[in-house]
Design a protein around this ligand. Structure first.
Ligand code: HEC
Length: 262
């Protein structure tokens, strides 16, 4: 290779790497909803309280021993949440304007809970189980917000998660949000979920089958996760019995709700 063709190859590589970085940046970008997506709704505090307990919000966002709000059991989020990838600090959900969510708009809250995107446009780590909250009816998310806003405000400063390379790791979370969900025609039963890897190749497929009626709820009783990289392997989960002890309103899983999501 001559000097100039080597230089050209190097230049091409730099351009290519830069384009790759731009593509990756776009691919990992947040996709928040805007305020116009919110329904007109009069919040129902009692529904919000039920959802707060159903979603176990308080079990992760609890106050550390002795921190403000401990006695009242407020969700100040000062207790550490350790996981194998690092320690998370779940955030103060009381309406304190400085350290809690007192200044958040409704759409800020909806984006955090259903899209995993913060008011300043960064991704939350899925240690916050927003992937499971995606399909909540927006009315319910607004009820939850109103319930939290009705709690006493407690001061508890935010602490950043202790995860290696946090800002980059946060952006990288965007890649794992690429999944495809196939639901039954009435929109009530999930059939297949396809998970894609960072090169947009199919990585795992989750098949739902053996739909049964558990306690009045129509639910697939068998889940089979098939990885693409280990042919012949699969992980199966079979529900034998499910008891529901908290009422979940029907509209939580409505068809319009499923259609609303990308
Ligand atoms: C399994 C633990 C867990 C549960 C359950 C949980 N969260 Fe969280 N939540 C977290 C973690 C961890 C974070 C911080 C994630 C991060 O740092 O990226 C978080 C962050 C948040 C934030 C952003 C806070 C901020 O200050 O930016 C909101 C809002 C939130 N959660 C609301 C809820 C609600 C509402 C529920 C119940 C429906 C809930 N969470 C249930 C662990 C949890």
């Amino acid at each position: 290779m001559t000097g100039s063709s080597q230089q050209r190859a190097a230049a091409a590589f730099v351009v290519f790497a830069a384009l790759g970085a731009v593509a990756l940046w776009i691919l990992t970008g947040p996709h928040p909803l805007d305020g116009a997506a919110l329904p007109a709704h009069t919040p129902d505090l009692a529904d919000g309280e039920v959802l707060f307990h159903t979603g176990s919000c308080g079990s992760c966002h609890k106050a550390a021993d002795g921190a403000p709000g401990t006695d009242e059991g407020l969700p100040t989020g000062s207790a550490a949440f350790p996981t194998p990838v690092g320690t998370f600090y779940p955030g103060n959900l009381t309406p304190d304007p400085e350290t809690g969510i007192g200044r958040w708009s409704e759409v800020d809250f909806v984006n955090a809970v259903t899209q995993g995107v913060s008011p300043d446009g960064t991704h939350y780590f899925p240690a916050f189980p927003y992937p499971s909250l995606r399909l909540m009816a927006l009315e319910d998310v607004l009820d939850l917000h109103a319930y939290l806003a009705s709690l006493p405000a407690a001061r508890s400063p935010h602490r950043e998660a202790e995860v290696p390379m946090t800002p980059l790791a946060r952006r990288g979370v965007g890649l794992w949000k690429r999944l495809e969900v196939v639901v039954s025609e009435d929109g009530r039963v999930p059939l297949v979920v396809r998970y894609y890897d960072r090169k947009d190749r199919l990585a795992r497929t989750l098949y739902y089958s053996d739909v049964k009626n558990f306690d009045g709820h129509i639910i697939p009783s068998k889940l089979a996760l098939i990885p693409e990289d280990k042919k012949g392997h699969k992980t199966e989960l079979v529900y034998e019995a499910i008891d529901f002890d908290v009422p979940v309103p029907d509209r939580t899983f409505s068809l319009s709700n499923l259609e609303r999501k990308k």
